[in-house]
Write a protein of this length. Structure first.
Length: 288
């Protein structure tokens, strides 16, 4: 006698946030030692919020250190290559003990980076190409995005850092987001986005973009409209806008904005819980 298949349990993480948070714990400003980052990442991957967590990001120069610390089940790793295409071949070889979930290649020449990725990257491994922000101003942005849109690779944009100048203002970020949206080009972001809502850091004075702002701006093709969304500082306003997104809009947003690197997994989750967009304890009362 045949029986109906048992449906899979729904994830406690809404689709808008699934796979959004790449684990950049070993990068500044977190700077968690690799030996501590590995067990912490494994704990994230078995927690109730695991569906929100992407791979553990690791720089090319620390792969030997990571291999020594990553005994046990195969680790999903995203390779971050700040040294450009010259690091690609050696890093892929050094990453043999891991499941390579992606490559993030920094470069000053998008065409050269695409050619290197075409030559060396396994076809099932995704990649993102990052250029310095100074090369993305004016006509430079269109030139780079046009190169990438004709390739299988995402763009990558730096949204923060450890100095004030590393944070683009809303107009600059809006130009990147809408340039990608107009071309149907997916992208990831990195740095400075671990809080949900745009704010001024009370300690550093740095202007931080919020990842909810970026998610909502990802569906805009008009730079002025995107900049307005990026400038919004009310968590209540942003949360209300998130709740009104249709399934189709969620798909459009996440096909565009695929992930961002965060040195803290807890902070974005806590922010979402505080805004009522994610349960901080999804366990039913009777199961506690």
């Amino acid at each position: 006698m045949s029986t109906a298949p048992v449906p899979a349990a729904a994830s406690p993480v809404p689709p808008l946030f699934q796979g959004l948070f790449d684990d950049a714990a070993v990068f500044p400003p977190g700077n968690l030692p690799v030996a501590d980052a590995v067990p912490a990442h494994r704990a994230h991957r078995t927690a109730w919020y695991a569906d929100a967590v992407g791979p553990l990001l690791c720089g090319a120069g620390r792969l030997d250190e990571l291999a020594a610390a990553a005994q046990g089940p195969v680790l999903r790793v995203g390779l971050v290559l700040p040294g450009g295409s010259a690091e690609l071949g050696p890093a892929l070889a050094a990453a043999a003990p891991f499941e390579v979930a992606g490559v993030e290649l920094a470069t000053r020449d998008a065409r050269e980076a695409v050619a290197a990725l075409d030559l060396l990257l396994p076809p099932d491994v995704p990649a993102a190409v990052e250029l310095p922000r100074e090369l993305l101003r004016g006509d430079g942005l269109d030139e780079v995005l046009d190169v990438l849109v004709d390739s299988p690779y995402r763009a990558k944009f730096r949204t923060g850092g450890v100095v004030a100048g590393a944070f683009p203002d809303e107009r600059e970020l809006a130009g990147f987001l809408t340039g990608c949206a107009q071309r149907g080009l997916p992208y990831k972001c990195t740095a400075g986005l671990h809080n949900a809502v745009r704010h001024t850091d009370p300690v550093t004075g740095f202007e931080h973009h919020g990842f909810l702002n970026v998610l909502l701006a990802a569906q805009e093709t008009d730079p002025a409209a995107a900049a307005e969304v990026l400038a919004e500082r009310s968590g209540e306003v942003l949360a209300k806008a998130v709740r009104t997104l249709s399934d189709r809009q969620v798909t459009v947003v996440r096909n565009s904005f695929t992930a961002f690197g965060t040195c803290s997994i807890a902070e974005p989750l806590d922010d979402l819980a505080a805004l009522g967009l994610l349960s901080s304890d999804p366990t039913p009362q009777e199961d506690r």
